[in-house]
Ligand binder design. Sequence first.
Ligand code: ADP
Length: 472
Amino acid sequence: MISDLYINGEWISTKSKIPIYDPSDDSVISHISLAGEAEINLALDAAERGFSIISKMAPRVRAEYLRKAFEMMIDEADKIATLLSKENGKVFADAKGEVLYAAEFLRWFSEEAVRITGDFRTSPSGDKRIIVTQQPVGVSLLITPWNFPAAMITRKVGPALAAGCSVIIKPASETPLTALAIVDIFHRIGLPAGIINLVMVQPAAPAVSQIMSDSRVKNLSFTGSTEVGKILLKQAADRVMRTSMELGGNAPFIVLDDADVDAAVSGAMIAKLRNGGSACTAANRIYVAKNVSKEFTTKFTKAMEAVLMAPGMEPGAQLGSSVSKSERDKISDLVDRAIEVGGKILTGGVKPAEPGAFYPPTVIEVKSDNPILSKEIFGPVAPIVTFSTDDEAITLANDTDYGLISYVYGGELRRTLRVAEAMESGMVAINRGVISDPAAPFGGYKESGIGREGGFAGITEFLETKYIGTDF
Ligand code: ADP
């Protein structure tokens, strides 16, 4: 297991170390090296050199590095998923699913690297040629969260390398081991030194400020909370730095009265419990039409009660632990507060005894003004609200500063699509509990972010558009 910084193609150990825990039993898995100011300077120098290499590399060559990394990641999926499950707490099935999904970003962007387009036209007045080309933006800082320690790395590294950018990765300090395992794949396939660099830091703020204030860094791709995203946007403004922001979510899950209730229950289980609910795409507020609410709530509660909560690597485990006790306690506090103001617990709602950062599958009936509906829960807690008309559901669903994803279950297509189109979110799932796909644009409206990852849009976050005009 690797625990060192990766700078200029070398593993660097430092004296300053922090422990990494398995949150399902509080045991220490590893101690990782932390970067100080000196190591960050080394990473900045290396990334600058790496940029001069990758920006001149032929697209096909960049594509082939990504393709090789994809293949190695698939070959080693079980090993990486085991590490991921241990440091994050999620169950092995979720971890394996994430690793395969993460690898797909490398494949997708290996295919995109050779399809960066441009344009050549005569100007409307005929006085010049308009040549439009796209160039890599430059050294990019990639900051990732703990909830998807593999996929959030490849979703950024894939397009960065495809576009011709070098990177400095700053993974979440709770889950750096998976990030290191992925970087090691690029090391072993022989990616030239300096193109990928990884620094672990604690606390994050001073180190990130040091990197962001360096004029060699041209771009920030951040995935994390809206709160931290706003801080970084303000810092980016000082240098008018390019940013891509994948921030928090507060996804509504709407069940219309003509929906297939059993399908809606299955979809809600996936949308709520995938990754233990710690996903920005997790169904955060379930809105059910009055005349199907009893059937939906009864069946959904029964399904939530049947979930096996256990350490992530235990056979059959369906819900693992949160990433840490402090994250688990945030979930528990939200539920306690929701109960205080009238929420009715149908299952769960009680913090289990030690050890481990567990929180049980919880269903809670609430009124539409319960404060839990305005917070990103990030755990296996499903608040249910009933509504009377489609328009009421639309109003309730859009009553949030977030706008990442919405889920709509309905029967008649015209009606379901009308609701889907009215959602103020960057993504809408119709009659599905999960729609994330490396080939589709992922991103949010409103305070859920700026920019898109994956799809055809993902690579453009790492490209500058250049217009060249001629005298003929
Ligand atoms: P999450 O709750 O998903 O961990 P955060 O926004 O707290 O979301 O963290 C996402 C990433 O941002 C992590 O890598 C974290 O270390 C980093 N981070 C947290 N606070 C700051 C900060 N003030 N400045 C820069 N990076 C930060």
